[in-house]
Design a protein around this ligand. Sequence first.
Ligand code: GLA
Length: 500
Amino acid sequence: MNKLYFVAIFLLGILSMIGMSVSAENATQKVFQGSPVINSPVIVGNYPSTPFLFYIPTSGERPMKWSAVKLPKGLNLDTETGIISGTVTAKGDYTVTLKAKNTQGVCERKLIIRIGDELLLTPPMGWNSWNTFGRHLTEELVLQTADAMIANGMRDLGYSYINIDDFWQLPERGIDGHLQIDRTKFPRGIKYVADYLHERGFKLGIYSDAADRTCGGVCGSYGYEEVDAKDFASWGVDLLKYDYCNAPAGRVEAMERYAKMGKALRATNRSIVFSICEWGQREPWKWAKQVGGQLWRVSGDIGDVWYRDANHIGGLRGILNILEINAPLGEYAGPAGWNDPDMLVVGIGGKSMSIGYESEGCNQEQYNSHFILWCMMASPLLCGNDVRNMNDSTLHVLLDAGLIAINQDVLGRQAERSIRSDYYDIWVKPLADGRKAIACFNRMSSPQTVVLNDKTVAGLAFEQIYSLDNRLMQNNGDSKELIVKLAPYQCKAYIFGKTK
Ligand code: GLA
């Protein structure tokens, strides 16, 4: 009996391992199958006379060969790797025709390279160390993350930033006046990591704080903005997340501290994105752009949790709570300035070394909805899970090209909520081609039915309804209604209207 039991458990273990790895390949395999598709973004911004770097995210079978027509002077494309790099001095919009070719076919797509005063013309996509690893980040983790994002298809869906959060630095500033890298974690320094990422078409993000100490209690940048900004630039940093722990409460002081760092970053010889992280307490959506920010947190930290009631003791917010905070802020978001409802928790599954202590995890439907809603809200898509070890369900969510295209739509509009009933929401995001992305979202633990018609969303073109992969789903004829059935916590998205 005992023996049989162990044999059964052993076999089950093997089966589930095979099952996991076979299915874990599926979402990734989809990325690397068939003829080429050049994915978003299709517009990128960079400052003049600063290094430009862009990997052309492309799905399709490998090997792949890229080419580009009308690249501005100063830029080169490596046709084997798909990485465009160089420096452009003259401001302007450069429309480049990109081509990707494999044995299955060819794909052509226009890319606008805007050399000017704006960065992040579409929401940033990438990964950040905090939500899963907290203080336990290392060079090895960051490099392995980059390798994993190439192998699992994330890089080809547009994920480009790899962001180191708190705890890369030592508690004390060096006697030379510079921030000190924690060499037990980053033995070869930050520049080594940046070079590794850039060679693979990724960008590197780093973290500091507008006070003497960061939230984790290591050294911050207050009073050393120029020194630190120059160091970041010399290492090859592409984004700075600037936190606000241990800093004065007032809005004016906050604006001053952020403006100082914003100016210092802008004065470097790099295009460094400035991510403002004061948790929405001083309404940064009203002033963050003014101080040089391209994105600003609207809330306290996200937990790997669906909902927290108001009486909950502790810092972390649920996905639903943050949704409510971000919902009314749509008018402030747009190209080069995004509301940031915090990093994704998709796939963390309660396994976090930083936020895990008070986060129980979410179910798969909740993670799906979290991703769809963040896409609809034109939110940054910064994954917070361990992307080196993902199951297929998580990969399916993070590699959803249709949803990502909605997130990266060049119009850059945050979805507005047209209906908030006691049980469900309807969200509407106008797209650049004149169509509308619609999401029906069930907030409840029981099934719901949502009716889309002129009463719930005004002015929808019902004749043509598309699934997110742009397949015509329904030719509705004369009917001016769509009935959407939703499972508990489910969110379903569509595109309404004709392509021009
Ligand atoms: C704050 C931020 C988080 C994270 C931690 C690091 O809480 O809001 O996103 O950066 O600090 O200590």
